[in-house]
Design a protein around this ligand. Sequence first.
Ligand code: ATR
Length: 315
Amino acid sequence: MCWTAAWPPRSHPVCDPPPPAPKIYHWGRLGPCLDHYAVMGNPIGHSLSPDIHAAFARETDQPIRYTAELVPLEGLTAAVTAFFGAGGKGLNVTLPFKQAAFRLCRRPSERARVAGAVNTLWCSPDGVFHGDNTDGAGLVRDLIGNHDTRLAGLRVLVLGAGGAVRGVLGPILEERPAAVVCANRTLSNALDLGRDFQGLGLVEVCDFSGLAGREFDVIVNGTSASLAGRLPPLPDGILRKGGCCYDLVYARLPTPFVQWGVRQGASLAIDGLGMLVEQAAESFFLWRGVRPRTRPVIERLRDRRNQSSAASIGT
Ligand code: ATR
């Protein structure tokens, strides 16, 4: 069986075709009076953020425009400085720049500091860059708000120990699960992660072989394996029947991890589309002080995805 390439791809192999030109989405009046926001990444042509923020702006009647900016791999500092120098109001930063954006911030939020990564930036009138990380809040809001799943009191397994996991682990711990285990392919990376999060709660770490015989209520996949169409080597039986599987990646077709969850009897096995919209809403709130409704946007994107995947498999 052939799995779709990850969507969005997180790496940009040299042989990739050039990404489509970034789209510019306008809402309301066109012109310089619209506050300018943007997402910076490489690649960026796949980004749904302009679409999501345009929907938020329409719904909340905020006069903004939001563009997608392709930034050279070594060019983040110059791009961010130029953007705010030209009067830009706020930025999202996506792969591979989240850690570099953190280093640019003179005033990171506590959750950004814990994650060591930033996905939301703004600049105060004194020219100081502020940054926050809304990824973990997006995950928790999607799980709890949109899917009626709690984390409190449950046994949670987090797969991976890279940047994506660092972004979500703090907010997961804040929900007070009964236990949090982080399993990673490379044990030393998991040990580093456990050490870095020591102050926030108890995180047990292991490699995948250490999962045999354990059972969890919720499993969150924060590895980048899905992006390569792969599944981490997970033993059978580690998901409680009726438990929940959540893949931080979103994709046009069910990811290998989402399919694994279904095979293991999960009552909920989903990818990160809802998290994507929820983290965007959190950024929008930080910038505009207005909280947009997310459900209609998630539903619209899901419908659109269903239609396009149906088309792609010829049904
Ligand atoms: P990201 O920012 O997406 O988290 P990252 O920081 O490079 O990217 O981390 C990728 C994570 O996915 C790591 O935990 C990595 O495991 P290692 O620490 O052993 O490198 C994990 N990972 C990547 N490919 C994987 C695979 N095929 N199976 C299991 N884990 C994988």
